[in-house]
Structures are given as C-alpha cells and as structure tokens.
Unconditional design. Structure first.
Length: 731
C-alpha cells in the first residue's frame, strides 16, 4: 500500500472526530499521498488533520460526492509500524481508528511552526557575579531578590525555576550571563560515572543478550538499586549498534531529571523528549528529530509510545506499574501494554523496570513469558534499606495527626540537620466537615462525595467536579456552631508541623502548591540545597527524587486504602509505600520510616517491614485467583452517565440484554455482571453506573466484544454518555 501511486484516486482518511471513522477523499495526482500521510481535509464544515490509512482506486461513495483533500502537510508520513500500532489500539480497545490514530499525530493543529527554545540551563553565581551583584543589590532592591535567590541556592537555580521567573528577571539573568556574572554550573556529583556493581552488570548483560529480537525483561530492582544506570548502559549498547531507544516514564515531573542523567551517561547522543509539558512547537520539533532518526534516545510520557522511530532497537518502560500509563479518557489505552505490542511488532527487546512490578507483570514473569533480572540491593554501597517502624494512628500523644514517635523522629532529624519527608496522600486541610450535634456532613451538591476543607483560602472544595463554597459558620441542618474538620490533609499536617517545630523550614508539595509551572522543580532545588528541613506532601513526592540528607519518611493516613472498594487499592498502596520508603537514606546516612497505622499486622505493612514485595505479590495474586480478578481474569467495563438516573438505568438494562445475546451469539465464555452504581455514583450532576464483563481467557472476551460493541453502538441513548474500558485499572 505504500509508495507513490501513479493512478491516484481515493485516499481513505481517518479523522479525529467524535465518530472517528475513516472517510474517502479525492487525492489529486502529484500530492504523493501514501498510507501514513498527514493531510488536511474538510469534514462537514470543519477543517482538520487526518491520517491516510490507505489509497484505493475505487470508492463506495459516488464520485461527485467525494471531496478533494485540501493539502498534504510538509511532514514525513507516519511510519507503517505506527499506523499499524494505532490500528491495533483501535481494534483492541474498541475505539474508532480516527481517535486511535490521532494519538500518533504530532501537534500540527497549532499551524505555524515555531522553533523550539533551547531548554533553559541551570545557572549559578560566578565569583565575579557575587562581588559585583552584592554591591549593586544594596542600591537596587529589585535586583536583590533575584540575587538572593541565586546566592541561597548553592547548586544554582535550575531550568524549570528559571522558566518560572518573571520575564523581567529572565531578561536580567540573560544580561548577567552575558556579563559573566552567572554561568552554567560544573557537572555535579550526581552526573558522575559510577562503576556498575555485579548485579547491574549482570542485568545489562542479560538485556544485551536479547538484542535484535523481541523479548520482555522485567528489571525488578529495589528503590535506589541503580535501575537508571542499567537503562543507560543498555541504551548505550543499543545506540552504539546504530539503534534508537524509546524510554517511557510515568510523569512529566520526572523527565527533566532523567534526561539530565541520560545526557551525562550518553555523551554525544541526541535526546528528544515528548510530553504534554512542552509547547506544540517544541513537541513537533522533537517528533521530527525522532522521525528523522537523529534522536538516539526519545524520553517521554505515555503518548511517546507512538513516536516515529525508524531505527528502534530497544524499548524501556520505567516504573512499569505506574497507573499514569493508563489513559483514563478518550482512547483508554495502557502505554506499557501498547509498548510491548510495538516491541513485538518491531522485533526488538523491551525492559520493564520497577521496584514493585504490577501483578500483571509478576504473573507473566512467573509463568516464564518474561525474563526477570533482579537488583536486590541499593547501589550506593553506603546505603542501607531503611528501618521501618509503626506508630499507632490514634496515639494518645498525637498532635493534630502527628503521632509521638513521628514527632520525636523529626525532632532528632532537625537536631542533626537532616531532612524529613511526611507523606499524606490527601490534599487540602481535612477530607470532611461534620456537625458535632447531628449527622450532617458537608457534601457536594453535584457529586456523591464529601467536600474537602481547604485553608488559604478557606473553602469547601469538591475534588471531583471543582465545586467550591464558603465554609458555613453553623450546621445548615441543626444550627449548631460546633463543626469539626475531620481527617488529615496535607495543609493540616503542614500546620501541625509548623506548630510543633516553629523554627523548621517546611515546604508543602501537592497539586495545590504546584499549579504554577516550575514550582515543584523550585522546591526540589531548595531541598537539594538544604534550604528545607521538612517536606510534606502527596504521592507527587514518592518518586524519583534523590536527596542525600533526607533520612526520615513519615507516612500518615495510608490505612485509608485498606477500606477501598477498588480491588487494586492494596497493590497501589504497596507500590506507594515501597517507593516513598525508598526516599529515606539514599546515601551514607541511614534512613528510617515511621508509618502511622492501626493495622501494623496487615500483609502490606508486613511486606514493607520485611522489604519483601514478592511475598506480598504472591498473597495478592492468590487472592485475585480465588476472586477471579485480574491478572487471573480479564475485564471490560461499560460505564454510562446521564443527568437522569432513569436514562442510565434504561441504557444499561438494554446493554446488559445485548451482552447476554452477544455472549450466546459469540459462544463466548464470559460472565456478564448486572449493572451497578459506579464507585462515585454521581459526578458533576450526572448519575453514573456500570456493567463489568469478566472472562478467564482473553480470546473469549475478544469474541464477545466483536458481537457486543456493534450492538452497543446501535442502542438508542442520546442523553447517555457511555464509554468502554478494556483492561480497566479501576472499577
Ligand atoms: P533506582 O532507579 O533503582 O531507584 P537510581 O538509578 O536512582 O535507583 O540509583 C540510586 C542511586 O545510586 C543514584 O544516586 C545512583 O547514582 C547511585 N548508583 C547507581 N549505581 C551505582 C553504583 N554502581 N555504585 C554506586 N552508586 C550507584
Ligand atoms: Zn448539625
Ligand atoms: Zn462535586
């Protein structure tokens, strides 16, 4: 299908419209349209960018009704393997091809192509700058703020923090740089080359041995075991052989750091990054250097799984268990799974790295379908696994949620000028506001959820729909003025810490404090420069940060997950606990973890204390087997929502009826569950319910879906929004 077609007639174009179908367009000769070409077309009255999935001599549409293509974009066509990958995604996740392909289309809709800005570098004061600016700052207070920032950050201020500065300050920095008052820092210790240890060397060799063919290797390494250096060495091998490497990471926040480490480990290799934090122009440029083969390494978040890579030789998925690989709206694909499919299609090896691999991956490894290499110890020979202690959640000596042992442990760190991290996985002040006299509790008027108490500004907020209102002075139900903020959020713990340790420098990191671009990076730099004593925050803090003076991790409110109705809650909690515990004692100073819990004997905490994830994985796999849940079974979730509960019920009743018919027609061994309300039964004024279909074998499920999905699409239900999730990660 590829290549120039002389007698061009019809191009089938997949468009990213709601229907997402492919339509035929008239392709004038000389445009050089091939499968994969990015073209501009008119759809109804809209103009949009679509992808040519095929070029045909005939069309089923009458010739006079076919419109011509407007234009072929001046970009290389999507490579065949990317088009085929999108076709797979469309078929597997049961989404229209136009939507599946739109994930692979670079951001061209913005139109004008802008040159990428060079990523801002970190800057430090030079000696000349210190002297000169100290003198000037006395006279110019506007200068002195920026000067103080530079002076108080021994490691310099990083690129993200610079990007977050006011434009005037950025212009100042540029001028200072020209004057030689600030400069890029010398490479720091973290960029130093280290000799791999035996386990790392064995891992690199095992991966190298898979070169040139498809195979999946699970790299299971405890936090701090040096997985990144293994990735870098494996990547270096693939690049030396003339190949390109695709590295997927779960979060934008992790890409700058990781990119820096790879840049140090792979001198001379061109690195492209692809994530939603880039401007369209930047992403387009990075896409182009990936497509041209100039980029040796492409680092990106889940979308990067579609990057064009003509010489792909190795795929690496870091933190493969991370839920952010699963897109939760639109095309609900799992980037790790799609990456495996891509590696298989290209005949290249893929490495899945994690300290706490997903149970899916563990099961494949145990069944022998994946190779498994283990890094059992921390790589830094001085580092030890942290000591784990438990403190009762309802400790009588607790102050506003801080148990006595945690307070004492923090005090000891402050005395030794070490740092502490307190992890609370809920933002806001308190998750609920309750009346002490009656049963009233502040609820969202639009969702079946409690409102969260926030301070600064004082508000009740819904974390599901964004609704916000004033905090009432008295109970709206009984008039009692005794309203209690119940439970613990990051703001409350921050306040409690400030009260317990008035002299400590405390920083809070959660979605509320990191809305501004660069804010998180600025805190990280402050912690690295030892300008922070106590960090408090949500799971944003759990990953990928390496602070040598951070020796204590406190965990508050984790028991919450043990009550969750989501069958993956304990698996996710385990990943979070192992990861956050891994923040303590990464270098020479020994680390300690204090977990506040009412259930220290729960399997998840015992596993943490014994540093034995595999034992927990065995327990959880057995539970899943008995309950016939993934990874021992395969699920599809049909979720529906509408303003009226009746509409939802009617739609799902019809869908269930069709499911039973489809099961019979397809003779598929699947179990169709009756409709039930969703975990969040109402959101933003919409009633929500769902049907789960379960199968112990994938082909049975696929056959069932072949029969069910067309029937679903034919159902009336204009007032109902519905979506299908194949392999959902949350029910
Ligand atoms: P992981 O990703 O497995 O949690 P990292 O790759 O971040 O671990 O490595 C943890 C720390 O150990 C880093 O500071 C890294 O520089 C260091 N490190 C890695 N390999 C070695 C080694 N062979 N010898 C000494 N230190 C190492
Ligand atoms: Zn009341
Ligand atoms: Zn709400």
């Amino acid at each position: 299908m590829r290549g120039a077609v002389d007698d061009v007639s019809y191009a089938r174009v997949a468009v990213p419209a709601a229907t997402g179908q492919a339509f035929d367009y008239w392709a004038p000769e000389g445009l050089g349209v091939v499968r994969g070409s990015l073209v501009r077309v008119r759809l109804a009255r809209r103009r949009c960018v679509g992808v040519v999935t095929g070029v045909h001599a005939t069309s089923e549409i009458a010739r006079e009704r076919v419109q011509p293509l407007d234009d072929v974009l001046a970009l290389p066509p999507l490579p065949e393997d990317v088009v085929a990958l999108a076709e797979f995604v469309s078929a597997y996740y049961r989404e229209p091809i136009g939507l599946a392909l739109s994930l692979a289309v670079p951001p061209v809709r913005a139109g004008a192509r802008r040159r990428a800005l060079a990523p801002p570098q970190a800057l430090v004061l030079t000696e000349a700058g210190s002297a000169e600016l100290a003198a000037r700052a006395v006279r110019a207070p506007a200068l002195s703020a920026l000067f103080a920032k530079l002076r108080d950050a021994p490691g310099g201020i990083g690129g993200e923090a610079i990007a977050a500065l006011a434009p005037r300050d950025r212009r100042r920095l540029a001028a200072w740089r020209a004057a030689g008052w600030v400069a890029e820092p010398e490479p720091t210790a973290s960029a130093r080359r280290v000799e791999p240890n035996d386990a790392q060397r064995a891992a690199v060799e095992a991966i190298a041995a898979t070169a040139g063919r498809f195979s999946v290797t699970l790299l299971q390494g405890v936090t701090g075991s040096g997985k990144t250096d293994v990735y870098a060495a494996a990547a270096a091998g693939a690049i030396a052989g003339g190949g390109q490497v695709l590295l997927l990471v779960p979060e934008i926040n992790l890409t700058p750091q990781l990119t820096a480490r790879f840049a140090a480990a792979l001198p001379g290799a061109r690195i492209a990054t692809l994530h939603s934090g880039l401007s369209d122009g930047e992403r387009l440029d990075h896409w182009a250097v990936a497509a041209s083969g100039e980029a040796a390494l492409v680092v990106g978040t889940r979308l990067a799984v579609y990057a064009p890579l003509p010489r792909l030789a190795l795929v690496i998925v870091d933190e493969e268990h991370d839920p952010s690989y699963k897109q939760q709206d639109g095309v609900r694909y799992h980037a790790r799974d799609v990456a495996i499919v891509r590696a298989r299609a290209r005949g290249v090896p893929i490495v899945l790295g994690s300290a706490t691999p997903s149970l899916e991956t563990v099961l494949h490894a145990r069944a022998g379908r994946y190779a498994r290499v283990v890094l059992p110890e921390r790589a830094d020979p001085r580092a030890r696994a942290p000591a784990i202690r438990f403190a009762p959640e309802d400790d009588p000596g607790a102050r506003e949620g801080l148990a006595g042992p945690l307070v004492e442990a923090i005090r000891a760190r402050l005395a030794r000028r070490e740092q502490s991290l307190v992890f609370v996985n809920r933002r806001g002040y308190a998750p609920s506001l309750k009346c002490a006299a009656c049963a009233w509790e502040a609820g969202c008027p639009r969702c079946s959820a409690r409102l969260v108490v926030h301070r600064e500004p004082a508000r009740l907020r819904c974390h599901h729909c964004g609704h916000a209102e004033r905090i009432p002075r008295a109970c709206p139900s009984c008039g009692n003025v005794d309203l209690h903020a119940r439970g613990l959020g990051t703001q409350r713990i921050e306040a409690a810490l400030a009260q317990a340790f008035p002299d400590a420098r405390i920083a809070r990191v959660d979605r509320d404090t990191t809305r501004v671009r660069g804010a998180f990076e600025a805190v990280r730099e402050q912690v690295a420069a030892e300008g922070i004593d106590i960090l408090v925050g949500t799971q944003m803090l759990a990953k990928g940060h390496d602070f040598p003076r951070l020796t204590l991790v406190g965990v508050i409110g984790a028991d919450h997950a043990l009550y969750s109705a989501d069958f993956r809650a304990v698996e996710r909690l385990a990943a979070l606990l192992f990861q956050v515990a891994g923040r303590a004692g990464r270098a020479a100073l020994p680390g300690e973890v204090v977990v506040q819990t009412a259930f220290p004997a729960h399997a998840v905490y015992r596993a943490l204390a014994a540093d034995d994830y595999d034992a927990l994985a065995s327990d959880l796999l057995e539970e899943r087997r008995v309950a016939a849940l993934p990874p021992h079974a395969h699920l599809v979730l049909l979720a529906a929502e509408a303003v009226s509960r009746d509409d939802v019920d009617r739609f799902l009743a019809a869908a269930e009826h069709e499911a039973r018919a489809a099961r019979a027609r397809g003779r598929a061994a699947v179990e169709v569950h009756a409709p039930v309300p969703s975990l969040l039964a109402r959101r933003a004024g919409h009633e929500r319910a769902q049907i789960v279909v379960q199968a112990s074998r994938r082909p049975e499920l696929a056959r069932f879906l072949d029969a069910w999905v067309p029937a679903l699409r034919a159902l009336p239900g204009r007032r109902v929004r519905w979506s299908l999730d194949v392999d959902p990660i949350a029910l």
